[in-house]
Design a protein around this ligand. Structure first.
Ligand code: N01
Length: 536
């Protein structure tokens, strides 16, 4: 770094003003810490600021996907729908920022581009994209897990002179696609939400699908005043249930296995679960669905049949049937009229299992089978999850090693919160935390509170350095790996283990033991004076 640091030293620099940064700034400043937040975007919101593509909404129910830290806040705010649309979630985060007067803690339109641990001074020196260097005792990343868009890894996109847009940086209106021949590449959660709405306006939509997903009906609906009142009467209990659940939503996990019941009974239960939908739908109807391939097959085939019932053209239906992975082993996807969209005369499907994209010309996508002329290309190709945002901070640790070098042969963290050799650095909802497989807001609040308690503990002890030991970190890596090895997640390539990014080491990026168990472990560690953490 060649700029001169500003003389001011703040207690904490926070990266990002999404769900994490907003709560972090509130939690720390009310506890008396000085805090400087930096956010690359022009406002608060994070994921919900950037992902404005048509149909974007959260597939965790809105009443759970919200902060629990303030009873008055949750009584004041009223969600309109079971699954809130992007604009409503963004308004909610803006409301929280304004209500607690938190914007003043952030500098917007400012990206952290490098961060170096100064061991002698026990400070982080944080370089911003305006060239300034700021210093802090602690550096806390709320940069998010899914905030660095994946680059399109097929050559030739720059040849295309038509309209190009990605779901994760949507900067056009849906009307801009009206009457056009549109291609959508990618059929994960983002593509599945956008495709039905694009189909309604496009002259023709061609979907380029590489891996078919299990898409279950979202069954979104308006929340009635009675439903809202019932939730508000019982928010305290609901939040407690979320905190101690496996997935951060009220959940009473199934106790029986798929083959404990008759074929008819199993089918009846799947039908009921399919009607219920959501994360407590078909994929969690029996206890062994994520552990036993044969049990899983009963649920997977149930969804296969549903797809064949909805999609009228048998050849298209077969392309849409997810045959390459068990139900739930990749991120579940919830859609509205997704399969129905393939019955429209203006929609066609190209399977990239049968033909591959070779290049693009100025007006077409060229595959091994032919040329598809289009006016617009929508990329819905996902993210460089977890490490993309963290590596963007260009962290250099105590030994002079960069985080990306330290993790070049495997991603490691202690509890998903700390990394050995990176003292006084914390990640909220980081890799190997429960964030990947849970309602992330629950994980965020828990991690922020745990980190706040830890730095307070160090302050009370007169310590200025906090660092996970390599041994404790390795133990956590072993726990997360063992946990995933027991499940069908271990059989499947996906962004969950970095397989979507060339050269990314294969590490499952989450802890699968559940947010409740994780919370109990973290609480116990704190009670015992933080074994596994060097505090000096
Ligand atoms: O990204 P994805 P996403 N050529 O990685 C395909 C959260 N989220 O933005 O599976 C052709 O899931 C790729 O194919 P394959 C949620 O956690 C939540 O949709 O790699 N295709 C896949 O089909 C989610 O899991 C919500 O074979 C290419 C797609 O692009 C996560 O974000 C909404 C390709 C990428 O799917 C990411 O979802 C949106 C290529 N070169 C997102 N490269 C909700 O809450 C990639 N693909 C509802």
């Amino acid at each position: 770094m060649n700029s001169t640091p500003t003389s001011e030293i703040v207690d904490v620099i926070g990266v990002g003003a999404g769900f994490t940064g907003v709560y972090l700034s509130h939690r720390l400043t009310t506890a008396g810490w000085t805090f400087a937040g930096f956010e690359a975007g022009p406002s608060v919101g994070g994921t919900w600021f950037w992902n404005t593509y048509p149909g974007a909404r959260c597939d965790v129910e809105s009443i759970y996907y919200s902060y629990s830290f303030d009873e008055t806040l949750q009584q004041e705010w009223t969600w309109s729908q079971r699954f809130a649309p992007q604009a409503e979630i963004l308004s909610y985060i803006e409301h929280v920022a304004d209500r607690f007067d938190l914007r003043k803690h952030f500098t917007f339109n400012t990206r952290v581009v490098a961060s170096t641990w100064n061991a002698a001074a026990r400070l982080w020196e944080v370089q911003l994209d305006n060239g300034e260097i700021r210093r802090s005792r602690y550096l806390i990343s709320g940069a998010g897990g899914l905030s660095t868009p994946k680059d399109f890894d097929v050559p030739g996109l720059s040849n295309f002179t038509g309209l190009q847009v990605s779901t994760s940086r949507w900067n056009i209106s849906l009307d801009d696609l009206a009457g056009k021949r549109v291609a959508v590449i990618g059929t994960g959660s983002s593509g599945v939400q956008a495709i039905p709405l694009i189909a309604e306006v496009a002259e023709h939509l061609t979907v380029f699908q590489r891996t078919p997903n299990y898409v279950m009906p979202a069954r979104n609906a308006e929340l009635s005043p009675e439903q809202v009142a019932a939730v508000k009467d019982n928010y305290v209990g609901i939040r407690e249930e979320c905190r101690h659940s496996p997935g951060g939503i009220p959940d009473r996990p199934a106790t029986d296995n798929a083959f404990d019941v008759s074929d008819d009974e199993r089918r009846r239960r799947y039908e009921a679960a399919y009607e219920r939908s959501g994360f407590l739908g078909v994929g969690s109807e029996f206890a062994d669905l994520l552990f036993d391939a044969e049990a899983n097959r009963t649920a997977s085939e149930f969804i296969h049949d549903k797809i064949r019932e909805v999609v009228q053209d048998p050849a298209t239906a077969e392309l849409l049937v997810p045959k390459y992975h068990p139900l739930g082993a990749k991120r579940s996807v919830f859609g509205t009229d997704y399969y129905e969209t393939y019955n429209r005369p203006n929609v066609s499907l190209v399977s990239l299992r049968d033909e591959t994209i070779e290049t693009m010309t100025e007006n077409a996508i060229v595959t091994s089978n032919g040329t598809y002329e289009v006016d617009a290309i929508v990329l819905a190709i996902g993210f460089d999850a977890f490490t993309g945002p963290l590596y963007g901070l260009n962290l250099t640790g105590a030994s002079g090693t960069k985080l990306q070098e330290a993790w070049s042969d495997g991603i490691r963290s202690y509890l998903g919160v700390m990394a050995a050799d990176f003292p006084n650095f914390f990640m909220v909802a980081g890799p190997l935390s429960p964030a990947l497989a849970s309602n992330v807001v629950v994980t965020i609040e828990q991690a922020v509170d745990w980190i706040a308690d830890l730095i307070e503990h160090a302050r009370d002890a007169g310590a200025t350095l906090i660092e996970a030991t390599p041994e404790a970190q390795q133990e956590w890596v072993d726990i997360t790996e063992w946990t995933v090895s027991q499940t069908l997640y271990a059989t499947t390539d996906s962004w969950y283990r970095g397989s979507n990014i060339d050269g990314k080491p294969s590490t499952f990026l989450g802890y699968l033991g559940g947010v409740g168990k994780y919370r109990r472990m973290c609480t116990e560690i704190a009670k015992r004076g933080y074994p596994g953490v060097a505090i000096d």
